[in-house]
Structures are given as C-alpha cells and as structure tokens.
Design a protein around this ligand. Structure first.
Ligand code: SF4
Length: 249
C-alpha cells in the first residue's frame, strides 16, 4: 500500500483519532534499508518507481497548506504521524523536517501529538537522535533480538547489528515506544525468540511496548498471524512485571 503524497489524510482511527500522515519517501516508490517480509509497501525491488525525496521546503509548503485548509474547514487533527513508504530517517532533511513540523503543529494544532514510526537503524546519527527526542512519540522497531533472527524477518541492508541499535536506544532512557511485529514465517516464528526479545525489553525499559501482527497482504506469502490471546500469553511475563504493553491484533 503506497501513500504516494507527502502529506496525506487526515485518516480517522480509534487509536489515534484524526491523524495526518507524512511520507518523507519518494511519491511513487519505496525506500528502506530493511526489506521486511511483512512490509505493507511490498518488497524493495518492486518499489523503485522514483527516488526523489521531498525536501524540508516541500514538506513545509505541503504541511502548512494542509493545516491551514483543515483549520479553515474546522477539521480536527489529533495526531501527525510520519509513516511513509519506507524509513523516514533516510531522508537527509529529517531533523529539519521534525523542527518545522513541531513549529507548524504549535501554530495550528498545539494539542496534536507528533509521532514517528522508524526502524531505528539510524538513531546512532546525532541529528536523527536529537530529532526523535523532540517528538511526542518515537515509535522504534526491534523485531528480533539477534542478527540471525533479524535477517529472517527484516532482511536488513548490510551492516545492521541489533546490539548497536540496543546501545543507541539506551540513550533514550526509556523515552520511546518499542514496536515489535509478532509473526510466523515458513520455518521460524516470533515465539522462537520471545525470551531473548523480553530480555531486550528489560534492558531498555521503554515507556511503552507495542506488539502487533500482520493485518493485510504481505510480500512473503507464507506468513501467518498471531491472535491477540496468543500475543498476550507470550508477553505475559512482561505484563506481570508491570510493563505497559499495547497488543494490536
Ligand atoms: S522497516 Fe518498515 S518500511 Fe522498511 S521494510 Fe520494514 S516494514 Fe517496510
């Protein structure tokens, strides 16, 4: 599912209310340094439509116009979420875009929450780290606790090491939401590594954990989802330890 435009919505959901989306990736392609087997945007190889990334200026214009239009119409906006066709922090203007988005939010919809969905691969970069510290919800992904397991589910570009991401995440001092996909593949499943994953959660102490499963068609066809009850049973030790866990079926 490609979002195409740089600013899209608002879309209404029970969880986020009226939500505006921002896609910092190409309008007709996908750009990511992961190639997750469950990605709703499809495989990277099928998403090479164009490679033009919106600049800070493009986002400023498109977002301000959208916010002005919504304010004039009286359309509420509860959240502004960066969730495009790929990894938003790959856009070199990401830090500047976060600053301008927060300024526009303060001006037009001061109570709207700004969220970023990211695979956390670039949080070691100072500008990306600082930008993610400024937003209301940095929602950062770790799907598996070892490189070998991440290779099965995330198929990352060369150079990805879960241990590096964990070290970099410690700098957030728990001020982030950890997001993890629970899914069954052809010869592996999240339950195979849930113990190791729970140890990571304990090490990082995120203020919230969000576990979810596949919902739509996925690029790898052999995937199967977990039910909410199954996911709850798997994370039960963390629930008992008092972690805040959102389970999305
Ligand atoms: S990190 Fe997100 S955008 Fe990138 S491949 Fe995985 S699901 Fe798709």
């Amino acid at each position: 599912m490609m979002r195409e435009t740089t600013v899209f919505g608002p879309i209404f959901s029970r969880r986020l209310g009226s939500s505006l989306g921002i896609n910092l990736l190409p309008q007709e392609g996908k750009l990511c340094n992961f190639d997750c087997v469950y990605c709703e945007c499809g495989w990277n190889k099928d998403g090479r439509g164009d490679s033009v990334l919106p600049s800070a200026r493009d986002v400023q214009e498109a977002l301000e116009k959208k916010l002005q239009d919504c304010a004039l119409e009286g359309t509420p906006i509860d959240s502004i979420t960066f969730s495009g066709d790929g990894e938003p922090t790959l856009n070199p203007d990401f830090p500047a875009i976060i600053d301008l988005t927060l300024a526009l939010r303060d001006r037009y919809y001061p109570s709207a929450r700004v969220s970023v969905l990211s695979n956390a691969t670039r949080i070691g970069q100072e500008g990306v780290f600082e930008a993610l510290r400024k937003v209301d919800n940095a929602i950062l992904k770790i799907d598996a606790p070892t490189d070998a397991q991440a290779a099965l589910v995330n198929r990352p570009a060369r150079g990805y090491h879960v241990a590096d991401v964990v070290e970099a995440l410690k700098r957030f001092e728990g001020q982030f939401v950890l997001q993890t996909m629970f899914v069954r593949g052809p010869s592996w499943a999240t339950e195979d590594w849930v113990e190791g994953w729970m140890d990571l959660v304990r090490e990082l102490g995120p203020r919230e954990v969000m576990v979810y499963t596949i919902d739509r068609e996925t690029p790898m066809k052999e995937l199967r989802k977990y039910s909410v009850e199954e996911m709850r049973a798997l994370v039960q030790p963390l629930l008992e330890e008092g972690y805040q866990i959102q389970i999305k079926g």
